[in-house]
Design a protein around this ligand. Structure first.
Ligand SMILES: Cc1ncc(COP(=O)(O)O)c(C=O)c1O
Length: 385
């Protein structure tokens, strides 16, 4: 079991931070890397070309190791999940009459890009929703996953889904979706923002067409960082920008105006200008090294063990939570009984320094390695009022 990391994050003693799904508190090693990075940016003569190229390549390699990506050149550094999802959407334009599939209430960055391209092309945006969560329905996941598979047909151009639903932690069966999308020739784009780093994923085995992850949650990186994996379907695609750094020979500064028609291999063409952010790169590196040392499997185990009594205790008080085996171990959506007001409960939690999020009709609770049994007890007690 990994040691509790509370001493390594700056949480005041009375703060119950159960809100990783909002933003990760920075680990002391990430902060130290950032302090070093500020100092070197202040003295640009100490910044060699290596920082601009080799450091980015190192981050690609670390992210690839974390996620089972076989070729690190398929990893692009990006400023946000929106940027990666827009890149995917721009290169997977549907024809009139085709459809693109998303799940109900998924995060807006993974909705707007597709709703726009469907509208522009007179294609259908097919939204697969779950049944309403209420007592008497212990789990909605099996039916939701079944509906998702049934929605995919020969006219499906893309299935663009999360692997873990951002508001309640429901898991989607990516393997089954990949099999079905392969049968009909549709692309699979995954938003891994709420899980990659905290639960294992093997991109090499799953072979999605794209995996996009914002950095500042389960990847423990600073804000303004994200990763995108782009598979062979994107090899000849069009980037959002035409940054100089994405072209061949861009490290040959003396010859930059010897303009190149060709791009750097695989995903590198999709990176944004300013991708070699000298402040955030060392911080991202420190965060990925920590995750590789701990491993996503062990982080999952920590969260699972920490919260194992939580569903039973809350269900006894009338709350609804998705079944443990159909939910990601680090993300719970707690739905309150009709007799209670979710906004009022949220305020009670705030007053007791218990940080969670209110997302739709769910109180979203997302623990990580800095949480202890005291945080879980505080939550259960506060919800009992
Ligand atoms: C599932 C999911 N995707 C993406 C994001 C962030 O997107 P962006 O990087 O575009 O701000 C969030 C933020 O809450 C999220 O929950």
């Amino acid at each position: 079991m990994i040691d509790c990391q509370r001493p390594n994050v700056q949480l005041p003693p009375d703060q119950h931070y159960l809100n990783l799904a909002y933003m990760a508190p920075l680990h002391s090693k990430v902060i130290a890397a950032g302090e070093m990075a500020f100092r070197r940016q202040a003295t640009p003569w100490s910044l060699g070309v290596d920082a601009m190229f080799a450091e980015v390549d190192d981050l690609r390699t670390l992210f690839a190791r974390l996620t089972g990506i076989r070729e690190s050149s398929r990893v692009a550094l990006m400023p946000s999940a929106s940027y990666g999802l827009a890149t995917a959407a721009n290169n997977l334009v549907p024809r009139a009459g085709q459809n693109i599939i998303v799940v109900g209430d998924q995060f807006p960055s993974n909705y707007y890009a597709w709703s726009r391209s469907c509208r522009d092309a007179s294609a259908e945006l097919r939204i697969v929703s779950a049944v309403k969560a209420k007592s008497g329905i212990p789990s909605r996941s099996a039916e939701w996953n079944q509906r998702l598979l049934e929605a995919i047909d020969s006219q499906t151009r893309v299935v663009a889904i999360p692997n873990v639903h951002w508001s309640d932690g429901t898991l989607f069966d990516l393997k089954a979706v990949r099999t079905r999308t392969n049968e009909v020739g549709a692309a699979l784009v995954i938003d891994g923002t709420q899980s990659v780093g905290a639960v294992p994923i093997d991109v090499g085995a799953l072979k999605p067409d794209a995996l996009i992850c914002a950095g500042y949650k389960t990847l423990l990186c600073p804000y303004g960082t994200a990763f995108g994996y782009f598979g062979p379907r994107f090899d000849d695609g069009k980037p959002i920008e035409e940054t100089w750094v994405g072209r061949d020979n861009s490290s040959d500064f003396a010859n930059l105006v010897n303009y190149q028609e060709t791009y750097q291999p695989h995903a590198l063409r999709y990176e944004a200008g300013g991708r070699s952010n000298f402040i955030t790169m060392p911080m991202v590196r420190a965060a990925l090294e920590l995750l590789l040392e701990w491993t996503p499997a062990a982080i999952s185990d920590y969260c699972r063990e920490l919260t194992k009594s939580l569903p039973e205790r809350l269900r006894a008080q009338g709350f609804w939570i998705e079944d443990t085996c159909h939910r990601s171990p680090q993300l719970f959506g707690i739905r309150v009984p009709d007799s209670q007001d979710v906004t009022q409960l949220f305020q009670v939690l705030e007053e007791r320094n218990i940080a969670v999020s209110l997302r739709g009709d769910a109180l979203r609770v997302s623990p990580h390695l800095y949480n202890t049994a005291a945080d879980i007890d505080a939550l259960v007690e506060a919800l009992a009022v």
